[in-house]
Design a protein around this ligand. Structure first.
Ligand code: SAM
Length: 310
């Protein structure tokens, strides 16, 4: 079961008001959402969004006994302005975005997200999406694949791994996660294979990010999302990847300086000429050693928060 990351910090920074409206844009197993819902109380409203319908089912089990107005939405938090329009909710008090994937998804042997199970190369979070990891690996060039491994995985063996994957693909031996692990192990000389983390960790992360287009339009959408906050409302974003964290940092920073914000012209926020956000975390917060010890998957988390002021 997924443990909510930095729960105390999230709740303290969001301070969900009793009777308020909160968005959990990545509800996952519903860990953060449950505490948020308890704080909002029976007159509150929680909008719980996830791209993955199995996670929405799981979150519903976590939340169903709480007396609260609950909207469960299968969608992408990057479309929050449209989701709120559809629900007829103009503005909200708090927004939480806890990026990446849940332990429950990684632990599901059929999803193809983990190197420890041999499974079809799927990796989609939203299973209504047509492109799987198998499709992606069938169409990419060696150069494009190396770029994905380098940019999204920080993989220093990107070129040899990309070549090994394409070699296997051409021989008809790139069909399962086991084949992908084998390509990585073929490409990295044994003496350089990491002991601390599995040598295929970065490759799996990079391909998952590419399949799910996790970094596409991230900064612009985060800015548009901030337009859904009422004045005084707060947003918390937890990133697990340096490119995600950079997008959060730049989105918040751009809205916190006095300048016209053209990126928002099509969103709920009018083109602004004054600061729209106050950044509440000049540096990102990270989990304590104690939390990392209890939940090693929290180790790369970076939390940033901001408040709408204009
Ligand atoms: C780290 S988990 C969230 C865990 C959750 N906070 C909890 O306490 O259980 C991330 C979740 O976000 C979902 N997700 C990832 N990207 C998404 C997106 N762009 N829109 C909506 N959901 C997304 C994943 O399917 C996954 O369920």
């Amino acid at each position: 079961m997924h443990k909510p990351v930095m729960l105390d910090e999230v709740i303290q920074l969001l301070s969900p008001p009793p009777g308020g409206v909160a968005v959990d844009g990545t509800v996952g197993a519903g860990g953060h959402a449950r505490t948020l819902a308890e704080r909002l109380g029976p007159t509150g409203t929680l909008i719980a969004i996830d791209r993955d319908t199995s996670m929405l089912d799981l979150a519903y089990q976590t939340l169903r006994d709480l007396p609260i107005t609950l909207h469960m939405v299968h969608g992408d938090y990057r479309d929050l302005p449209a989701i709120l329009d559809e629900l007829g909710i103009p503005q909200v008090d708090t927004i939480l975005i806890d990026m990446g994937v849940c332990s429950d998804q990684l632990d599901d042997p059929e999803r193809g997200l983990a190197f420890r199970y041999d499974a079809p190369l799927d990796m989609r979070l939203d299973r209504s999406q047509s492109e799987t990891a198998a499709h992606l690996l069938r169409r990419v060039s060696v150069g494009e694949l190396a770029r994905i491994l380098r940019d999204y995985g920080g993989e220093r063996w990107a070129n040899p791994i990309a070549k090994a994957i394409i070699r296997r693909r051409e021989a008809g031996r790139m069909n399962t996660t086991g084949d992908l692990v084998a390509a990585v192990l073929e490409a990295i000389p044994r003496k350089y294979q990491e002991k601390r983390i599995h040598p295929a960790t970065r490759t799996f992360q990079a391909i998952r990010i590419a399949v799910n287009r996790e970094l596409d339009r991230l900064q612009e959408s985060l800015q548009a999302i901030c337009g859904c906050l009422r004045i005084g409302g707060r947003i918390v974003a937890i990133a697990y990847h340096s490119l995600e964290d950079r997008a959060v940092k730049h989105a918040f920073r751009e809205l916190s300086v006095r300048q016209p914000v053209h990126a928002l012209a099509t969103s709920k926020m009018p083109t602004a000429t004054r600061p729209v956000l106050e950044v509440l975390t000049p540096k990102p917060l990270e989990p304590s050693d104690e939390e990392i010890c209890q939940n090693p998957r929290a180790r790369s988390a970076k939390l940033r928060a901001a408040q709408r002021i204009g």
